[in-house]
Design a protein around this ligand. Structure first.
Ligand code: A2P
Length: 293
């Protein structure tokens, strides 16, 4: 991956959720997280309980997923010390704005049952609203007050990042965007890294749609691992933070079991070559929704 590396791996320990990445403010985040997009509220608690039991220590949700309470219940039920679990949630598009951010943050915090949110993201730039700079300034205050350990953005393209960097003080710790072999967003990633912004990959498996691709299965067969493990390892070796999602406990476990093998440079190049502008999710230039399920 081109561009300066903004992140370094400091620890490798399966029992604590795998390697961690140091964000631009010194906060450490487990590089592999568990994403709960599209997991309904009624299934979220048991999915997150299974994920925590499988060893995940980084959970990624959003107000717009309507499952924060289930995530919070699972964290509480797990008995795992609070400081061993990294929790991300995101500001809903419809609640962007100077004052509403504070209410939205409090709502998320209470639903999650947490005093402090580890990472709080603007979910989409929502250019039509033109409120992401105002929203960020309130998030900067919450961050300065110690109510959030790190603040970041999601789905920001270069113009949105450039405007934020020009008009506000705190450089986002992360930019969470759609990244998988068919949609690698190298320009967005390289641009962010130059400013010290770590990229987080959502839909890192391309929502499971092309795990039968021969370029991937050939490597998987040679290494004796699953195609999903090959794709996730590709992200890991790129230095990207990733949040695979699964509702199946066995797949949750194998998706985290990616620290015991290494892809060669040729393997990485073969997966790099799958780029085909294959966006699956929304286009940040016009995604304005307030509810995602
Ligand atoms: P399931 O929940 O039944 O495991 P992404 O993280 O890119 O959004 O991909 C999530 C999708 O990929 C879900 O449909 C999930 O289905 C599927 N998936 C997750 N892990 C695996 C895996 N190891 N092998 C095959 N499909 C997977």
């Amino acid at each position: 991956m081109d561009g300066n590396r903004a992140v370094i791996i400091v620890a490798m320990n399966e029992e604590t959720g795998g390697p961690r990445v140091v964000l631009n403010n010194g906060v450490e985040i487990p590089q592999v997280g568990f994403g709960v997009f599209q997991i309904p509220e009624e299934g979220a608690q048991s999915a997150v309980e299974s994920a925590l039991a499988a060893g995940y220590r980084h959970i990624d949700t959003a107000a717009a997923y309507n499952n924060e309470a289930g995530v919070g219940a699972a964290i509480k039920a797990s008995g795992i010390p609070r400081d061993e679990i990294f929790v991300t949630t995101k500001l809903r598009n419809g609640n962007q704005g100077t004052d509403s951010v504070r209410r939205e943050y409090d709502g998320s915090r209470q639903a999650l049952g947490l005093d402090v949110i580890d990472l709080y993201l603007i979910h989409w730039p929502s250019p039509a609203r033109n409120l992401y700079v105002d929203s960020w300034k309130t998030m900067e205050q919450l961050y300065a007050n110690g109510q959030i350990r790190a603040i970041g953005v999601s789905n920001f393209l270069q113009p949105h990042l450039d405007r934020l960097l020009a008009e506000t003080d705190v450089v986002p710790a992360v930019n969470q965007v759609e990244i998988h072999p068919r949609f690698q967003q190298r320009d967005v990633v390289a641009h962010g890294r130059k400013s010290g912004i770590a990229e987080e990959a959502y839909s890192p498996l391309g929502q499971g749609t092309y795990l039968d691709n021969p370029a991937v299965t050939l490597i998987a067969d040679r290494l004796g691992v699953t195609p999903a493990q090959v794709v996730l390892r590709w992200h890991l070796q790129n230095g990207t933070i990733l949040i695979p999602k699964s509702e199946n406990p066995e797949r949750m476990r194998t998706n985290l079991d990616i620290f015991g093998f290494t892809l060669t440079d040729a393997d990485i190049s073969a997966i790099d070559a799958l780029e085909s502008n294959g966006r699956i999710g929304g286009d940040p230039m016009n995604a304005e929704w307030t509810q995602i399920r």
